[in-house]
Design a protein around this ligand. Structure first.
Ligand code: CUK
Ligand code: CUA
Length: 768
């Protein structure tokens, strides 16, 4: 939609005169709308609790697992508006993730035995904590299928690191952080040999193992440190969800398991399937581990390394008194420590109770060495009756528990009965139950697994949507239901389809705890958080070609992007060259992102203000390859383009110089200059409006004015070049530079008008 010059000028003029078009006035009253849409008063009340007027912000931000998409979904609460998908284990073209060289390096960290794994089964996001409270610095998320853990920096919402578990072949029950993000818990799920070779299933009991990794998080660097991380060897039970102790239980961790029967299926051999053999006993085991003491053993050099990583054998863990088992209800799933750290709630998928364990009692049993026996691996078992505080009938198939800001109040998701149960874990009584659609998995309250939950809202992450939305084929979205928990009774507010998944867990943080940046330092490698060696400044763009002794040649392009051109606009290489294009976005303005896509080479970059992104490929076919900016960044965005010319080997140029399709006369030049003078009038008018108001009180406007001033500076440069060409009677170049001068004016005017509108809409005051 390239606007003609006259149309843009007219539009600018109309806007500057305040002639903005107005639509027809809506005549419906609230009653009319309710009647026409069949809404009840309760619907309207619910709507008004989630409706967020234009420009409004959400009180909380939720980070949801994106399930098998390997991504993280960010949405606002209570509006339930999706704000972003963050690429984590999976390439994500919009963010250039897995396309630019910098992020390819991050994804490469997640290779398994040298193989690219381009999906992830993400389950549990976790936000870093300080003193048990969300601090909003980093987010972790696990991959169950390939035992990996990723670090996302919440300063720019980008994935910075992926680590692969050195022992496990799957890992489900992470990520859960310790109260000062010292460690991230990440237990195995399906038992397997801790080594990589073949071990027959017949040797399951002796040579298959479970485990629990405590990944060390370097809070200074914001990265996981595999060299300081350690793993507990555990019995071949299927370890499941985990949670870290806090307050009185600080220093300890809790990990569920199922299939402590150690059953190995084989229905093709005529054996009963896993599901029968793994749910035959009445109880499974809660694993209680002391990470604080384990870390001390590691620091004291008392733990040996295997596969290059610290592994604490069961024998050593038992001898050191840092590993215990407690029976828990059949096929348990969620384990959730209460905000005060005094209790641990555990739910069994095949039981209708949630069991509350007392930390004080667990600690007393450990201190008094009061055990009911040992498991086949010699791990002491604490009797359930010695530690049980309450057992509460919450409904059939309880899974996960989250907490309220009100003391003793918990919410548990009830999978089979499809409902949320609100209950009191101190007194052990049910307070309220609310049906949901359908088969809720996790549930989430605001900061509901921290030491200070915020209450207010609960999201029910339902597994099935069935009939709740317009049908879109056999694969349905999932349904995240927003529930108001501010009153005595829960109230369902809103259904939100999640078209990416299957999401498992989500965490929500008060949005005022997040302070994401809007630009990078100029020439920034965002994935490494350091200045890029490939950065370039305006006017310093260059292309360098070098060849080695074997005649292999590499071309490095140090380029830039700014509204609305890419420098360079022509790149010439020879067939067979390795080409690295490094682009720095020179913009400082908020949201002025440029993209870079090229025909036939799988090149797609997203270059945010200040970022330097690189793309390396082999130009193995002679030909013409147009490239362009993929973000509609300005009126002349479509013209933000260029050509990669891949010349056949030994090609000799025939044409001497570029021949334009059009040449320009003195009259063309004059006409352009007249347009420019008129446009300058519009700009001056807008400037007068802005400077006559208290614009400095509006940070958005201050930023726009800064950007506009920059653009006007570029206009001045182009104007000087135009006048120099005119002095030499080079009318074509004079006209083209005059046009470039006008391009910068249009950008200036565009910014100025945005600033003016912002001032008008936000009640700026006249100052002179
Ligand atoms: S799990 Cu999926 S509903 Cu991975 Cu936490 Cu419970
Ligand atoms: Cu830059 Cu379009």
């Amino acid at each position: 939609m390239a606007l003609s010059r006259t149309r843009v000028s007219t539009a600018l003029l109309a806007l500057s005169l305040g002639l903005a078009a107005t639509g027809p006035i809506a005549q419906d009253s609230l009653q009319d709308v309710m009647k026409n849409r069949g809404l009840t008063e309760k619907d309207v009340l619910s709507a008004s609790k989630t409706y967020t007027p234009t420009g409004g912000r959400d009180e909380f931000l939720a980070f949801s697992s994106g399930g098998q998409s390997g991504q993280v979904i960010v949405y606002g609460i209570p509006s339930m508006r999706i704000l972003k998908y963050i690429g984590v284990f999976t390439p994500e073209p919009w963010q250039g993730y897995g396309f630019d060289d910098e992020s390819k390096e991050v994804l490469a960290q997640g290779r398994i035995h040298g193989k690219d794994i381009t999906y992830g089964d993400t389950h549990h996001p976790a936000i870093t904590e300080t003193n048990g409270d969300y601090d909003g610095r980093y987010l972790f998320i696990n991959d169950k299928a390939n035992p990996r853990l990723a670090v996302i920096d919440l300063h720019d919402f980008e994935t910075k690191q992926i680590v692969v578990n050195p022992f496990f072949k799957s890992a489900h029950g992470g990520a859960f952080v310790t109260p000062n993000s010292e460690y991230v818990m990440d237990p195995a799920q399906y038992a397997a040999p801790l080594s990589n070779g073949f071990v027959p299933l017949e040797e399951f009991n002796d040579r298959y193992r479970g485990g629990l990794t405590y990944w060390k998080f370097d809070n200074e660097k914001g990265r996981l440190d595999p060299s300081q991380s350690f793993t507990f060897e555990l019995p071949p039970y299927s370890q499941d969800l985990s949670d870290a102790g806090k307050g009185p239980s600080y220093g300890w961790g809790f990990t569920n398991s199922f299939c402590s029967e150690r059953y190995v299926g084989g229905n093709e051999r005529g054996r009963p399937p896993f599901e029968a053999g793994c749910s035959s006993k009445d109880t499974d085991f809660l694993h209680v581990t002391n990470w604080k003491k384990a870390a001390e053993l590691v620091a004291a050099g008392k733990v040996k390394k295997e596969n290059g990583a610290y592994l604490i054998p069961m024998k050593q863990a038992v001898a050191e008194g840092i590993l215990y088992l407690i029976p828990e209800p059949k096929s348990p799933h969620g384990v959730d420590v209460t905000p005060d750290g005094k209790f641990v709630t555990i739910s069994g998928k095949l039981d209708s109770h949630t069991w509350v364990y007392s930390w004080a009692k667990i600690k007393a049993a450990i201190d008094n060495k009061k055990f009911e026996g040992k498991d086949p691996y010699g791990v002491p078992i604490i009797a359930i009756n010695d530690v049980l505080h309450k057992s509460v009938n919450v409904g059939l198939g309880p899974l996960h528990t989250q907490y309220d800001s009100k003391p003793c109040v918990a919410y548990t998701s009830i999978y089979v009965d499809s409902m949320i149960t609100k209950w009191d874990y101190c007194e052990g009584k049910v307070l309220h139950q609310l049906p949901v659609h359908y088969n809720v998995g996790h549930l989430m309250t605001m900061e509901g697994d921290s030491v200070s939950p915020d209450g207010k809202y609960l999201v029910s992450l339902n597994k099935l949507a069935i009939d709740r939305f317009n049908p879109v084929g056999p694969l349905h979205p999932q349904n995240h239901q927003l529930i108001d928990i501010s009153g005595e009774k829960m109230e369902l507010l809103y259904d939100m389809p999640i078209p990416l998944g299957e999401p498992h867990y989500a965490v929500a943080i008060a949005s005022d705890k997040l302070k994401p940046g809007v630009r990078y330092k100029s020439g920034w490698n965002s994935r490494k958080d350091e200045r890029s060696p490939w950065k370039t400044r305006a006017g310093r763009e260059k292309t360098e070609r070098s060849c080695d002794a074997d005649g292999k040649c590499t071309v490095h392009v140090y380029g830039t992007t700014i509204r609305s051109h890419i420098t360079p606009e022509i790149i010439e290489v020879e067939e067979g060259d390795t080409v690295s294009i490094h682009l720095t976005n020179l913009e400082r303005a908020e949201d002025e992102v440029h993209g870079f896509a090229m025909y036939g080479h799988n090149v797609q970059l997203s270059i945010e203000p200040g970022k330097t992104a690189s793309s390396t490929f082999v130009a193995d076919r002679a030909g013409v390859y147009p490239y362009y900016c993929t973000e509609f960044c300005s009126a002349l965005h479509l013209e933000m383009q260029g050509y990669l010319l891949v010349k056949p080997k030994g090609y000799k140029a025939k044409a001497v110089s570029l021949k334009e399709g059009t040449t320009y006369s003195q009259a063309d030049y004059r006409k352009q200059v007249e347009t420019n003078i008129a446009t300058q009038g519009v700009i001056d008018g807008v400037v007068t409006f802005i400077t006559s108001h208290n614009f400095k009180d509006f940070p958005t406007v201050v930023a726009l004015v800064e950007d506009a001033t920059d653009q006007l500076g570029f206009a001045e440069e182009a104007k000087a070049k135009s006048e120099a060409a005119a002095a030499k009677k080079d009318w074509s170049n004079a006209m083209l530079w005059a046009n470039q001068w006008w391009q910068y004016q249009v950008k200036t005017a565009d910014l100025g008008l945005r600033a003016k509108t912002h001032l008008e809409e936000n009640g700026a005051k006249k100052v002179k």
